[in-house]
Design a protein. Structure first.
Length: 427
């Protein structure tokens, strides 16, 4: 009898195992079918937008560089055309995409796109750390998808990205208009009053840094944003002094931009005096735009680097600890020289090299061995030889260049630019 019971139990166990296997097979098949249907539906939705999609995209895991508009037109056979406000408005690039099942339905831009992969290439063409770049995503999980809106999540960064259908085929017009909005809303610094709380605001790439006092201490927050035809839109709303702020409306030709949530909360653009702008910004030097006094002195620096079998890659005035400093890169070596300065009015500055160089002592080496002191003579070699410059520019609010004219030596004129200039002796 015991033998029979045991055999019967084994038979029951075998039957249950068989049933469970059948159930697993059924559910696996259903899951696969559901995944295939979801993939097919997403292909159809992506290709179904007549004029393409507008993607609001934040490439960095920490959203350090803010957000960017990317326009995409998909076909059901896996082709995509892309434009973006990271490049010229009239430029597009074609590549391929695919939708797969991988712990959810995933959209992958799996072949190189000359525009979209700028955000993720480790060559750092947009800036960021060499070997990392902006660490942007090219694989995105579908969170939701409909013909009216798609929500994606970056597989690496975890950042959310939204897509909405483009209004028309005029991508160039849309991106050009966005560039005008961004230019009009771009100021060296800003102020913001939120219900009596004064907020100091500065900008780097497309991210605000907001600093304000609370009851216990000073608070600083980073606020990444994207620029659209309507103004500035934050990645997510912020709270200051009980007020929610999601972005700021564009007002053409204005210095004041009301919050999208409350017209009483206004971002005010501030244009500092030109000499302050010079000290606090980065300015790149080209040999061709230096005057008759400066060019021979710059040539002495170039010849000095040549004795080290090096080429000067970069010359610039940059801010170091709140003071202007002459920065150089010769071959693989970089250094700088610090200047003391004094503001005179709004558009004049007196300055001279104060004897301090970079901590690595590259500045000292090139001063002693490569005649870099000649370059310092242009801007004031020491306190006894300080120079006073009158400053001028093309646009006080958003300058593209600045011109320094020596008050006591009219031929000592040098024009410097906001856009980086590599190999300054070739420009």
């Amino acid at each position: 009898m015991k033998k029979i019971h045991i055999l019967f139990a084994v038979a029951i166990l075998g039957l249950l195992t068989s049933c469970l296997k059948d159930q697993e097979d059924v559910f696996d098949k259903q899951s696969a079918i559901r995944a295939e249907e979801a993939i097919a539906a997403d292909y159809k939705i992506l290709a179904g937008a007549e004029h393409g999609w507008l993607l609001k995209y934040y490439p960095s895991p920490y959203r350090t560089y803010g957000g960017y508009c990317v326009l995409m037109k998909f076909t059901e056979d896996g082709k995509v055309t892309i434009a973006s406000d990271i490049t010229n408005a009239n430029v597009t690039a074609d590549s391929y995409y695919k939708i797969t099942q991988s712990a959810g339905v995933v959209l992958s831009f799996d072949t190189y796109n000359e525009i979209f992969h700028l955000f993720s290439t480790p060559d750092a063409p947009l800036g960021g750390d060499k070997g990392k770049g902006w660490e942007g995503d090219y694989d995105f999980e579908f969170i939701s998808a409909s013909p009216e809106k798609i929500v994606l999540k970056g597989k690496k960064s975890g950042n959310y990205a939204t897509m909405v259908p483009c209004k028309d085929d005029d991508w160039t017009g849309y991106l050009s208009n966005n560039a005008v909005v961004e230019e009009d809303m771009n100021f060296p610094k800003y102020s913001l009053d939120v219900a009596g709380t004064e907020v100091a605001v500065s900008k780097s790439y497309r991210s605000f840094e907001m600093t304000y006092a609370t009851a216990t201490n000073d608070t600083t927050i980073s606020v990444p944003f994207v620029v659209s035809d309507a103004g500035i839109e934050f990645y997510e709303p912020i709270q200051i002094n009980g007020k929610e702020i999601s972005g700021f409306k564009y007002v053409e030709g204005s210095f004041d931009f009301p919050s999208t949530d409350d017209d009483k909360v206004v971002l005010h653009g501030i244009t500092p005096p030109l000499n302050e702008t010079f000290v606090l910004s980065d300015w790149y030097i080209a040999y061709s735009t230096a005057g008759a006094y400066a060019q021979p002195l710059l040539k002495k620096m170039e010849a000095g680097s040549a004795t080290e079998n090096e080429t000067i890659v970069l010359l610039a005035f940059t801010n170091v600890d709140g003071a202007p400093s002459l920065y150089f890169r010769s071959g693989n070596y970089a250094g700088y020289y610090c200047f003391n300065f004094e503001y005179i009015g709004d558009d004049t500055i007196t300055m001279y090299f104060n004897g301090k160089a970079d901590p690595n002592n590259n500045g000292v080496y090139y001063y002693n061995n490569c005649d870099y002191g000649y370059g310092l003579m242009i801007f004031g070699l020491n306190e006894q030889n300080a120079r006073t410059f009158k400053l001028s520019t093309d646009n006080l609010k958003s300058p593209s260049y600045i011109i320094l004219t020596d008050i006591n030596e009219p031929t000592n004129v040098i024009k410097m630019f906001t856009e980086p200039i590599t190999y300054p002796f070739n420009n």
